[in-house]
Design a protein around this ligand. Structure first.
Ligand code: GLU
Length: 314
């Protein structure tokens, strides 16, 4: 029997609407604390070109750490595998903004998806330019991926994080001491914070993630990244995409995903689908509470898993 994806999405959206425990919105970036937690959206872009949505799929939210996937893609395009001299590829098992781990590891962050790693990636993407040039490039890249020129930065969120991002500033300065951040910390942070403050809806995010389900191809033609790199980014999303709950996400959901403290998650079913879910309330690990539950249910209902034989995937 063929899979009725629209019915599955409608069911999941209804189930999520009835959930009482929605987690807590992030408060350490004051602007994020103002978001109404009673929201849930889901969008699925399929490999055969369909788009299916449910709930608040067209409401914009702060993509925050999901931007680290796009920033990593850009940085690999600029410096290739040399990036791995400056950033590791291991899950951290620590909080996303841990400074102690960085001390033990001599200023080389564990992976590009914890804050320290993403700050090194932002340093690479800065490449001697002013932050506004790097931010402009990032915005153009995300618009090209999604095929949507309306995607923009939420300046209020960027200003809010600029006023409170002391810990990230400390990480950047600390890595500067190891020469693993090469531009002044305030320039790198300016670029990093603005990339995190890009606002997208689930629909736009699912569209932007399609290249990762298509082995690096842009659905409109041409190539965003090589197949090998696309697979490696997916591998990093699976192993490092959910802070120190990455193992649990792989266990429960079984597909690569990257979450952000704005409550969004981009998840990839290679060859099948790019999925974006959003609900602003976070669980204790900082991942969207309903977003994770929705993906778990979606994976269960569809059979989508990178660990199942292709013929069992709906
Ligand atoms: N801009 C946020 C920070 O650096 C991103 C964190 C996240 O989404 O994990 O704290």
């Amino acid at each position: 029997m063929s899979l009725d994806l629209s019915a599955v999405i409608a069911d999941i959206t209804a189930t999520m609407a009835s959930m009482e425990d929605r987690g807590q919105v992030a408060t350490y970036i004051p602007e994020l604390a103002t978001i109404d937690p009673a929201q849930f959206g889901i969008a699925i872009a399929t490999a055969d070109g369909r788009m299916l949505t449910g709930g608040d799929a067209d409401t914009g939210f702060s993509i925050q750490s999901v931007s680290k996937v796009f920033a990593l893609t850009l940085a690999l395009g600029k410096v290739g595998d040399q990036l791995w001299d400056r950033v590791g590829r291991e899950p951290s098992g620590n909080a996303f903004n841990s400074i102690t781990q960085l001390e033990h590891e001599q200023g080389i962050p564990r992976n590009p998806f914890i804050n320290a790693g993403a700050i090194v990636v932002a340093d690479v993407n800065l490449g001697g330019h002013e932050p506004r040039v790097a931010i402009g490039e990032m915005l153009r890249f995300v618009r090209y991926l999604a095929g949507d020129d309306s995607i923009a930065i939420n300046e209020a969120v960027a200003a809010s994080e600029t006023a409170t991002g002391f810990r990230n500033m400390a990480l950047a300065n600390y890595m500067r001491a190891f020469d693993n951040v090469r531009h002044p910390a305030e320039l790198v942070l300016g670029s990093y914070i603005h990339q995190c403050a890009i606002e997208m809806s689930c629909r736009q995010l699912a569209l932007a993630g399609r290249y990762l389900m298509l082995d690096g191809r842009h659905p409109g033609g041409g190539r965003v990244i090589s197949p090998r790199r696309a697979r490696r980014i997916n591998a990093l999303m699976l192993t490092c995409g959910h802070y120190d709950a990455s193992g649990d996400f792989a266990f429960r959901v079984g597909i690569p995903g990257k979450s952000g403290v704005g409550g969004g998650i981009l998840a990839i079913v290679p060859g099948r689908a790019a999925i974006a879910v959003w609900s602003p309330g976070l669980n204790a690990s900082g991942n969207s509470c309903l977003g994770t539950l929705a993906l778990e249910e979606l994976a269960r209902r569809t059979g989508w898993s990178v660990f199942s034989p292709p013929e069992d995937r709906g």
